[in-house]
Design a protein around this ligand. Structure first.
Ligand SMILES: Nc1ncnc2c1ncn2[C@@H]1O[C@H](COP(=O)(O)OP(=O)(O)OP(=O)(O)O)[C@@H](O)[C@H]1O
Length: 642
């Protein structure tokens, strides 16, 4: 699939808590990366494996690293502040501070060397000491460091703001096929990576490039002051140190992976137990969960001990390299002093300069590791931004004409996947003021018709027109403005009822909202709540009963006041008395609108103007209730069974 961001790994086997796992399907998406850890392969245990796989594939497709890196130019418009003068200025300040820092790096040891020489020659170098003070303050966190840190803030925020907004808009503009196949946790992770691109740039510009430049500058200066031997030792030692550091990282990779896996298993256990708290109560399995967690915690700690001890040992060995290099260099410099080709001040210069080179070098591998991890995160965002929505406006699409009084399906065929038709040769017309009911057994294609009306998918053949305008020739946004939907399972935001209903039309007054709720037979119920319309509905509306949620969804759809209303089993959870009340109010609202209704309970659509009977994606019967009953065909059979 073209839009597949990352592979979704299979569920692992976890025999200690299978029931809980089944009960927490929503947790399953959240802990996708956690579940990946349960696979047998070590590589699969790596949370970034999917990104790495995608990278390998892209490397193959783009013909190597150059082509691959070229993909990253997609970020340039988001990180280059073309029109933002403030950010441009900050960027310039940062570059200047970086250059000044490099100069300070040499100037400070140089000044100290002069001070030492003056002291040994018996004079008091007060002036030089003041220069040193000035340079030191300027070089530290109170000088250039402060200026740099402050200038970095707007630069990082600039790219974060632009990338996060762009990624969010991109995800929201994706089509239903993207949203129904992608793991939502994975998409969220990708959207949240706006910071990673900024971090990559920051790591390269501020953490990785400067120490490398410093080493080269130091080698040149050492060469000039102490000759080629000292310069060669410094250069060779720096390269060897970096190689050793990198290989030592590799030596602990396996332990690090095991540690990450153990930590994730622990988090997963906690997450599942909390998510599945009700299931734990139903089966009184508190002890089992406590035992499970205790096991996971001790595994985690064992892995941590192994990793940290091994890393400490390897690090200790690598670090031995630093004093040995220092000793060699110091010995060579001292020989120069003894030979009279260098002064004691030169030794002080060497001592101070050594410190300023070696410490950043020590952190280089650490920065490199962070860079790799930020790079992987940035890749998630890259793959997301490269995913194109499958349904987009035609180049010359215009908004739908405001008055829609007819919906027409003309020999419409549609397939979700190649080779399997969900709908075939569907033709019908629904006019303003009419109720058209879609009936048929499960899987017959009813919901697919609603999705096509919202242009969530494009049809394979035929045409769908709203008042003679093909929906592929008008803007998607105007289609969605013209259609109100009451889904089978409505979703609400964790906000007060009034805001949830007003979501349909932000300009609606409180009275408009009340009116819509009266029409949906929910107003009186809401007024009985202690906080009436200010009652919070809970996450996704969990505090509402099924019937209340459906009635609120109807109120919301009515408030939108669109010319086409789609009801998908909209009253299936409502008792028959309330349903009767809703129907009588909806009857009054029929005028001027087109109603397309899906119903399993046939009693709810007996007075529909047109009943379309679908069977295996085909329209097999069409007519009023009386006409269809008279036919004694498929509808009649369904009616008899109901
Ligand atoms: N996203 C999808 N990808 C692939 N096939 C799909 C998808 N959605 C639905 N289908 C298939 O299309 C056919 C029609 O599905 P549809 O949901 O329209 O049926 P329905 O009549 O609304 O069923 P129900 O009454 O159970 O809601 C079914 O065979 C279904 O498996």
């Amino acid at each position: 699939m073209g839009f597949q961001l990352f592979k979704t790994p299979g569920h692992g086997s976890y025999d200690t808590d299978p029931l809980l796992e089944a009960a927490t399907t929503s947790a399953a998406t959240y802990s996708r990366d956690l579940e990946a850890d349960d696979s047998d392969s070590d590589d699969d245990n790596d949370e970034n494996q999917d990104v790495k796989d995608a990278r390998t594939e892209r490397l193959r497709d783009t013909g190597g690293w150059l082509g691959y890196l070229r993909d990253f130019t997609i970020f340039l418009p988001y990180v280059v502040p073309r029109r933002d003068f403030k950010v441009q200025l900050c960027l310039l300040i940062c570059i200047i501070t970086l250059v000044l820092e490099r100069l300070m790096q040499v100037a400070i040891p140089y000044t100290l060397g002069i001070i030492a020489d003056k002291v040994t020659s018996g004079s008091a170098p007060v002036q030089e000491l003041l220069v040193f003070l000035g340079l030191d303050v300027l070089h530290g966190s109170s000088g250039l460091g402060l200026i740099q840190d402050l200038s970095k803030i707007p630069i990082k925020q600039f790219s974060y703001k632009r990338l996060t907004n762009a990624a969010f808009n991109h995800v929201m503009a994706q089509s239903i096929d993207f949203h129904s196949t992608q793991d939502s946790a994975e998409i969220m992770k990708a959207v949240e990576q706006g910071e990673a691109v900024g971090n990559v740039l920051e790591s390269v510009v501020f953490d990785i490039a400067p120490p490398l430049i410093d080493v080269i500058v130091a080698c040149t200066i050492f060469y000039q002051r102490f000759g080629p031997a000292v310069a060669m030792v410094l250069f060779g030692a720096s390269v060897a140190y970096l190689v050793l550091e990198t290989s030592s990282t590799r030596l602990t990779t396996d332990d690090r992976r095991k540690l990450t896996k153990a930590a994730r298993v622990e988090t997963r256990k906690i997450h599942q137990a909390i998510q599945g708290w009700q299931t734990v109560v139903y089966f009184n399995q508190f002890h089992r969960e406590t035992r499970n967690l205790a096991g996971a915690v001790s595994e985690h700690m064992k892995a941590k001990t192994r990793f940290e001890a091994r890393q400490a040992l390897i690090q200790a060995l690598v670090e031995l390299f630093v004093p040995v290099t220092f000793f060699t260099l110091a010995y060579l410099v001292l020989r120069h002093i003894a030979a009279g080709t260098a002064s004691p001040g030169d030794f002080v210069f060497f001592l101070t300069y050594w410190d300023s080179i070696i410490y950043p070098l020590k952190f280089l591998t650490e920065h490199f590791r962070w860079l790799v991890s930020d790079f992987v995160d940035a890749e998630r965002l890259l793959f997301l931004l490269k995913t194109k929505p499958s349904i987009v406006d035609a180049p010359e699409a215009l908004p739908l004409a405001p008055c829609v009084n007819e919906v027409r399906f003309d020999e419409v065929s549609f397939q979700y996947e190649e080779g399997r038709y969900a709908l075939q040769d569907i033709s019908f017309t629904a006019s303003a003021g009419q109720v058209v009911a879609l009936v048929g057994e499960t899987g017959a294609g009813k919901s697919s018709i609603l999705k096509l009306l919202l242009r969530m998918h494009d049809i394979t053949a035929g045409s769908i027109t709203f008042s003679n305008q093909d929906i592929r020739d008008v803007t998607i946004s105007s289609i969605r403005n013209a259609v109100s939907v009451v889904p089978q399972t409505p979703m609400f935001f964790n906000a007060p009822i009034i805001e949830n209903v007003r979501y349909a039309r932000s300009t609606a007054t409180d009275e408009d909202v009340h009116e819509a709720c009266r029409a949906a037979a929910i107003h009186d119920t809401i007024m009985r709540y202690p906080e009436s319309y200010d009652t919070q509905v809970g996450e996704r509306g969990v505090k509402l009963s099924g019937g209340e949620a459906q009635r609120l969804a109807i109120a919301r759809a009515l408030l939108k006041n669109a010319p086409i209303v789609l009801l998908d089993e909209a009253t299936s959870a409502v008792d028959t008395i309330t349903e009767g009340r809703i129907k009588s109010v909806l009857g009054n609202l029929r005028r001027g609108r087109i109603w397309i209704v899906i119903a399993h309970r046939l009693s709810t659509i007996v007075d529909a103007d047109q009943i379309l009977v679908l069977h295996e994606g085909r329209l097999v019967e069409k007519g009023s209730h009386a006409e269809l009953c008279e036919k004694r065909g498929r509808y009649w059979k369904l009616w008899e069974q109901s």
